[in-house]
Structure formats: C-alpha cells, structure tokens
Design a binder for this molecule. Structure first.
Ligand code: ASP
Length: 368
C-alpha cells in the first residue's frame, strides 16, 4: 500500500488538473485545441498589423437640396454594406485584391451606382461596361471595356489579369474570353433601370434642343446637366495585412456615350493604379480629362519622384492639374502605410473609409 500512495496522489492531482482545464477548452471553441491555439496566435499577430480600405460611388454635383432623405440613407447604407465586406476580408487576413473585387461586387449589384446593374445607357440605349484592377505587389493589371453581358465586370477584369497574358480585352472578344473562363453571360435587359433610361432621354432631349438652335457646342461642354449624367462609377483601394495594395474601378461610363466611347475607368494609370512602393488609387469623374491627366498614375508618380505625401499628391492632381485642363471628379486612395485620402473637386462624392480599428467614415457631400 505504501508504494501505491504516491501513485494514487499523482492520479488524483492529474484528474483535478484536467477537470479545471476542461471548461476553458469548451469556452474557446469546439474545434481541436491545437487549431484554436493557431487561430489565437494568428489573431494576436494580425491585430497589430495595419490595413485599410476606401471606396467611392462616383463624384459630381451631388447636393443635399437635390437628395431625398430616403435616397441619402439608401446610399449611405449601401456604401457601408460594401465597405464592410472588404474590411472583413482584410481583417481575416485576405488579400487587398480580394477585398477590392468583393467590395465592388456589392456596388455593381446595386441599381444606385453607375456600374453593373445600375449602368447608364449609351446613345443607342445599350449598357456598355468598363472595369479594371491592379495589383500593387506584382504591378499586374487587368481590364475590360465595352462589355454588354457581364454582370460583374470587375470579376472579368480580374480574370483577364490572372488568367490571360493580356491586360485589356474589349467588347465581343472580352465576352468570348469570359465564356471560356466559365462566366455566365446575362441578358442585356438585366441592366435596365427606369432611372437611367429617364436620364438618357433627358440628355437626348437637351442635345436635340442644342442642335436645333444650331449650337456647335459639344455635348458635355458647358452643360452641367449633361456633364453630371455620369454619376456613380464605383471604385475601391485597399491595403492588406501583408502590406500589399490593390485598386479597382467599375463603371457604365457616361450617359449618351456613343461610338464605343471608353473612359478612364478601364485605363490603367488613369482610372486605376496600384504600386506597393507608393499607393493604390481609383478615380471617378470626367473620363476624357482623367485619361489626359493620367490621374491615378500621376498621384503615385508624384509620391515616388517628388517624395510628397499621398494627400499632397492627390490634392495637386485633383485640385490643380485636372481643373487646369477643364475636367472634374475625384479619387480615393490609400498608401503603403494605410494613410487614406478622398479628394474631389465636385460638389460631392459618395465615399467611405474604414481603418484597421474598424472606424467607419461615410461621406456624400462637400467636406466641411
Ligand atoms: N470616369 C467615368 C467615365 O468617364 C465616369 C465617372 O466616373 O463618373 O467613364
């Protein structure tokens, strides 16, 4: 018996010790302890890392006096819903590119924005969509323009980047490629919204009036109404926990566009740019000017060559260079350290930003 006593004590101690630990294991999770510990460790590591996301839903003459309360709420809610999707991806260690495309999908699927479902109509009453993405780590990029059957053009732009040797595909060719890659093409009637049709009819009426008066003014010049019928392009820029930047932009372009007009949104360097050395940018505005000013790349280049901050670079390009040409619009951007800017020279820009702490900023009108 004397030999057994220490042995028994050891058993009692062992049982007691284990009983005490049991509830902790249950509280934590029902998955095996080892995995739970790995998750805890990942969480501890990641919560110290920096990440962030910023989005826009178009810039233009967005004035409070022209907005109903319910529409304002609808925009704010959709912006929040979209940015939270990307933020969650980043928080869980997902890539900036994943966050950008999934966030843009939410806005493409909403009739509120001029992208995907809510795309504006062309002169011929069609919807021709443009989109692009850029990966700041590899400087790889993908874009599509003038697609008419693609529900989420940003996904096709990403597929061009990841599964083709090209950067930009357009029109029917882009859709052939989409079919090959397993995209389901949608009937163009999917993009019909009464609001966008009414905008087109109004612009065409004004155009007729102008032509009857014998004015040789171009459609968009000096006509604030025509100029502002392009609201709602969507875009996103993100920084992930691995320090990678990505940007993407998706649009229906400008109301009443014709001749297969392509704006800045699918042009890498104009509508979208990302470079891990500097920043990620998505543009919205009067595309012809954003192409000529190479807006997104210029902001990155100013940071790289002049050593200025993201905020300074964006301000110079949007408040000085673009207006000097006669253009208007805005950008959202995030730099490699997570600094964000939402710069615009129009009355408003639908926008939102979330940082690593989860703080959310949503804006529509002019900055105070
Ligand atoms: N930039 C787009 C285009 O010109 C329109 C917009 O952003 O509102 O096609």
């Amino acid at each position: 018996m004397k030999i057994f006593k220490p042995f028994m004590l050891l058993i009692v101690f062992f049982v007691l010790f284990n009983c005490e630990k049991q509830p902790l294991k249950h509280k934590k999770t029902s998955i095996p302890t080892q995995s739970a510990e790995i998750i805890d460790e990942m969480h501890a590591r990641s919560s110290s890392s920096n990440f962030g996301i910023v989005i826009h839903g178009g810039a233009g003459t967005i004035l409070k006096k022209n907005m109903t309360d319910s529409l304002e709420i609808a925009y704010a809610q959709k912006l929040e819903e979209a940015i939270r999707v990307g933020h969650e991806i980043l928080k869980n260690g997902g890539s900036a590119m994943q966050a950008v495309t999934k966030t843009i999908n939410v806005m493409e699927d909403s009739p509120l924005f001029n992208a995907g479902k809510g795309a504006v109509f062309t002169h011929e009453k069609r919807n021709e969509l443009d989109a692009s993405v850029m990966d700041g780590k590899t400087l790889n990029a993908g874009a599509v323009s003038g697609v008419t059957h693609i529900k989420n053009p940003i996904d096709l732009a990403l597929t061009v980047m990841t599964q083709s040797e090209h950067v930009m595909l357009s029109g029917e060719g882009a859709e052939e490629f989409a079919k090959l890659k397993g995209f389901k093409l949608v009937d163009p009637s999917y993009f019909y919204t009464e609001k966008r049709m009414q905008s087109l009819l109004k612009v065409q009426e004004r155009e007729k009036l102008k032509n009857n008066k014998g004015s040789n003014a171009t459609l968009f010049a000096n006509d604030p109404y025509s100029k502002d019928t392009k609201f709602g392009t969507v875009g996103c820029a993100a920084l992930d926990k691995d320090g990678n930047l990505a940007a993407g932009t998706s649009t229906g372009g400008m109301t009443n566009k014709r001749w297969n007009r392509i704006g800045d949104a699918p042009i890498i360097g104009a509508g979208t740019y990302a470079n891990n050395a500097t920043c990620a940018v998505s543009s919205t505005g009067w595309g012809e000017y954003f192409i000529r000013a190479m807006v997104a790349h210029d902001i990155s280049a100013m940071m790289e060559y002049k050593g200025v901050s993201l905020e300074e670079a964006a301000r110079e390009v949007i408040q000085v260079k673009v207006p000097a040409l006669g253009g208007d619009g805005g950008i959202v951007a995030i730099d490699k350290d997570g600094n964000v800017t939402m710069e615009f020279n129009t009355a408003g820009m639908y926008r939102a930003h979330m940082d690593a702490t989860g703080e959310l900023i949503v804006g529509i009108y002019e900055k105070k």
